[in-house]
Design a protein around this ligand. Structure first.
Ligand code: PLP
Length: 460
């Protein structure tokens, strides 16, 4: 007999405890992966356990193993926070075991999936005729974009890539700037090969230089896919979309935009200048679990040419009948069975409304500027990018950014991390959680400055 009540009550209590303690807990996890594993039952048991005991065991094993990325002081990756409505909707999707692959098996899930996509187009003011697939993340959004581009560009050449594959097909030239590694993964999965791309010289902050793109395109014959970016992972630089799309039009090229987090600038009247011209592209990838702060996972794969989108992603089987007038979400994503990601997205947007989304994005941007202001007031700390959105990168004179970041994480005050940028190690700061307050930024900045002072003194 399944005892839902006991297991779900336990999960409910633990979720509330975790969330209530979130803001006062250390930003980092307190145990590593090996310790976490040592707490789990590693040898496959021959016999099972009552549901409630399984959950109790999981809760005990997870203690201290979850970084508090929704606690307001997590600035490491562009990971974002959560909203109560989104989390609760996600719970419901699990309880309903809702799987919006086909409308026959999930009428409600398919309706919400569709609406979440329509709202995404509205919020980001993208062409309303575009089709939307709700995928796991921007990685898969990039993959869908690359596949749709492949389909449409080769169709124009008289080549049916879905039937014939890429062997012997006319060559598609791929042009990128400093693409996110997941864009390169998407290109690899779509059969383009990451190393064959033409790389466009960049501006200081990592955006494509339109003059350099023009030069590269002038030397190419045949179909072209341009992968542009709304929001560079380190600097949040935005590519010059009007110029890129005008050049693409001249050369018959397809423009895909990886807008994992940066495309959300479109949702704010105050920040839309950053994404000017983005609506002229052919396909877009944007995460919900990043700046919209839905629970993991969820993202939008958006394609202007619905036929190319469905042409590359749809499948058919006699046991999956089409319903008259119903939309089949599985025609726009690379999966058949999938969790109902649209439900948590719908609930989060429903809670925030259009203005709430804009306010949340603007707040992230203001907090990033504040972080840069507070840190650069300290002698020896330099901000290396123009802080236009939610990303800032810092160098530390006389101290290693890796050491500073580690010391800050160990203090529990904030979560930051180092990376390479423009030939040097830097500390990255991504502001992606709507619950981050001015006080959280001040607390994190103090921790970073204290760690830096301590390390710079030791080194001198
Ligand atoms: C610019 C960019 N593109 C793509 C991705 C991949 O997104 P996801 O991890 O949601 O698949 C990221 C993740 O940080 C990103 O910053």
């Amino acid at each position: 007999m399944n005892d839902y009540k006991a297991a779900l009550n336990l999960a409910h209590q633990e979720s509330l405890r975790f969330l209530e303690e979130l803001r006062d807990s250390p930003a980092d996890a307190e145990i590593d992966q090996a310790t976490a594993r040592s707490r789990l039952v590693t040898d496959l048991p021959d016999t099972g356990l009552p549901d409630e005991d399984v959950i109790a065991e999981l809760i005990a094993a997870a203690k201290g193993g979850i970084p508090r990325q929704a606690g307001g002081r997590f600035f490491g990756f562009v990971m974002g926070g959560i909203h109560p409505a989104g989390v609760a909707a996600d719970w419901l999707s699990s309880a309903w075991d809702d799987a919006p692959g086909t409308p026959l098996a999930a009428p409600f899930g398919c309706a919400v999936d569709r609406l979440a996509g329509e709202w995404a187009l509205d919020l980001m003011d993208l062409p309303r005729e575009a089709s939307v697939g709700i995928v796991t993340g921007a990685t898969m959004g990039n993959f869908v974009g690359a596949c749709a581009a492949r389909h449409a560009l080769l169709r124009r050449e008289g080549w049916d890539v879905e039937a014939q594959g890429l062997f012997g097909a006319p060559e598609i030239h791929v042009v990128t700037g400093d693409a996110h590694p997941t864009m390169l993964l998407a290109l690899r999965m779509a059969g383009f090969g990451a190393a064959r791309r033409h790389i466009v010289p960049l501006t200081e902050d990592g955006a494509i230089r339109a003059d350099a793109l023009a030069e590269i395109l002038a030397g190419l014959e045949g179909p072209i896919l341009i992968c542009a970016q709304a929001g560079h992972i380190n600097t949040s630089a935005f590519d010059p979309f009007p110029e890129i799309c005008a050049l693409a039009k001249e050369h018959g090229a397809w423009v895909h935009i990886d807008g994992a987090f940066g495309l959300w600038a479109q949702a704010s009247p105050a920040l839309r200048h950053l994404t000017n011209g983005v609506e002229l592209a052919d396909s877009w990838s944007v995460d919900a679990h990043k700046l919209l702060n839905t629970p993991y996972d969820g993202a939008f794969a958006i394609v202007r040419d619905r036929d190319a989108h469905a042409g590359t992603m749809s499948l058919a089987a006699s046991y999956l009948p089409q319903q008259e007038g119903a939309r089949d979400p599985s025609h726009f994503v690379p999966e058949l069975s999938r969790r109902a990601r649209g439900t948590a997205i719908y609930a989060t947007i429903r809670k925030l409304g259009r203005h709430g989304v804009a306010d949340a994005i603007e707040k992230l941007c203001a907090n990033t500027k504040l972080m840069a202001e507070l840190l650069t007031a300290e002698d020896g700390i330099t901000c290396l990018n123009d802080v236009v959105f939610n990303q800032a990168v810092f160098s530390f004179e006389g101290a290693s950014p890796d050491d500073v970041a580690l010391a800050v994480r160990q203090s529990g005050e904030a979560w930051v991390q180092a990376a390479d940028w423009q030939g040097q190690r830097i500390m990255r700061c991504s502001v992606a959680d709507h619950s981050t307050t001015k006080g959280d930024v001040e607390r994190a900045a103090s921790a970073i400055i204290n760690a830096y002072r301590e390390l710079a003194r030791k080194d001198s």
